[in-house]
Design a protein around this ligand. Structure first.
Ligand code: HEM
Ligand SMILES: *[C@@H]1O[C@H](CO)[C@@H](O)[C@H](O)[C@H]1NC(C)=O
Ligand SMILES: *[C@@H]1O[C@H](CO)[C@@H](O)[C@H](O)[C@H]1NC(C)=O
Length: 323
């Protein structure tokens, strides 16, 4: 009994000396004292996963986006459905689409082991894995803000409603981003993540057969063979979002200038009539340095969406279930 109460006051002191942030505040040095090995451990597993499959970097980056846009960056997307719990994995934007959960599991157990306990949240792991993916594929580094805690809930309805769809026109894309406190510039910058990775035929089929005026003819004809008109045929066939899907570069923006945006939503960012975000797309296609710099700050703004901090939420023991 005595030793138990000693232990608990020791723990209280310990927790008072680190790891407590003002509500809503994150800190890039959050794990420096508690577990200095946490970040290098995440990085090495991310690098390893990307060495095995370059696309995994894209998938991990997207996972952070789909986490943050649904009630904040709180690891809610990682929770598995059970007979009594409906999470976000089978929401329309995520089902048969988001990937990387096994890599997050691998990171979580390595981090818990190197830290000697449950000190790093799943939400922070996703945020750091996204940055490390960008870096591993040739993109800019930035200091990730840390100290997020994990949600004890998830919302399939919010996932259906809060993540923008590839069918959206410019005005809906912009109002979706604004509803998250993000700007038109953030929309253009964060969509620059489409410099990495792939999309399934079902997400861009309409663009091939119904938008011939805004899609480059040679790209259209080369895509049609793996993405036939008939719905249900080849739905899951993949095409790269730009010509260099494993390289973080500005080719995505170049593609938009050439009317080669794969998704309807991509091409909405550049219509070629000077409206909307045309100017920004042109600017970033010509200024890789500015894209590098500004992408990092946009990722920080996305990563700061309504985090759980302090005593809210929990540090999950298993990213797929609440404690
Ligand atoms: C602006 C609104 C956006 C829309 C409408 C959108 C839509 C999509 C769609 C439909 C796909 C293909 C999914 C599939 O094939 O199942 C995709 C892939 C991807 N998205 Fe987005 N996205 C948007 C913004 C973002 C943002 C902000 C990020 C990250 C910061 C991002 C990162 C990615 C990545 C990296 C991929 C490739 C994933 C992979 O290969 O596994 N997207 N996106
Ligand atoms: C979310 O969308 C999916 C797929 O369209 C649908 O089956 C599900 O019922 C929706 N969930 C909620 C809670 O609205
Ligand atoms: C084709 O595009 C037009 C306008 O761009 C739209 O109104 C129509 O619903 C689309 N049809 C299909 C089958 O996607």
């Amino acid at each position: 009994m005595a030793s138990l109460s000693f232990l608990s006051s020791y723990l209280i002191l310990l927790f008072a000396s680190f790891g407590v942030l003002a509500k809503g505040q994150l800190d890039p040095c959050f794990y420096d004292k508690v577990c200095p090995q946490a970040l290098p451990t995440i990085k090495s597993i991310v690098e390893d996963a990307i060495k095995q499959e370059a696309r995994m970097g894209a998938s991990l980056l997207r996972l952070h986006f789909h986490d943050c846009f649904v009630n904040g960056c709180d690891g809610s997307i990682l929770l598995d459905d059970t007979p009594t719990f409906t999470g976000e994995k089978n929401a329309a934007p995520n089902m048969n689409s988001v990937r990387g959960f096994e890599v997050i599991d691998r990171i979580k157990s390595a981090v818990d082991s190197v830290c000697g306990g449950y000190v790093v949240s799943c939400a922070d792991i996703v945020a750091v894995a996204a940055r490390d993916s960008v870096v591993a594929l040739g993109g800019p580094s930035y200091k990730v803000q840390l100290g997020r805690r994990d949600a004890r809930t998830a919302s399939q309805a919010a996932a259906n409603n809060s993540i923008p769809a590839p069918t959206f026109d410019f005005s809906r894309l912009l109002s979706n981003f604004e509803s998250h406190g993000l700007s038109m510039q953030d929309l253009v910058l964060l969509s620059g993540a489409h410099t990495l990775g792939f999309a399934r035929c079902t997400t861009f089929r309409d663009r091939l057969y119904n938008e011939s005026c805004t899609l480059d003819a040679s790209l259209a004809s080369s895509l049609k063979s793996s993405c036939p008109l008939q719905s249900g045929v080849g739905d899951n066939n993949l095409s790269p979002l730009d010509s260099t899907p494993a390289k973080f570069d500005t080719v995505y923006y170049d593609w938009l200038l050439q009317r080669k945006g794969l998704l309807h939503s991509d091409q909405q960012l550049y219509k070629g009539d000077g409206s909307g975000s045309d100017g920004l797309v042109k600017y970033y296609s010509q200024n890789a340095g500015a894209f590098w710099e500004d992408f990092g700050s946009a990722m920080l703004r996305m990563g700061a969406l309504s985090p759980l901090t302090g005593s809210d939420g929990e540090i999950r023991m298993n990213c797929r279930t609440v404690n």
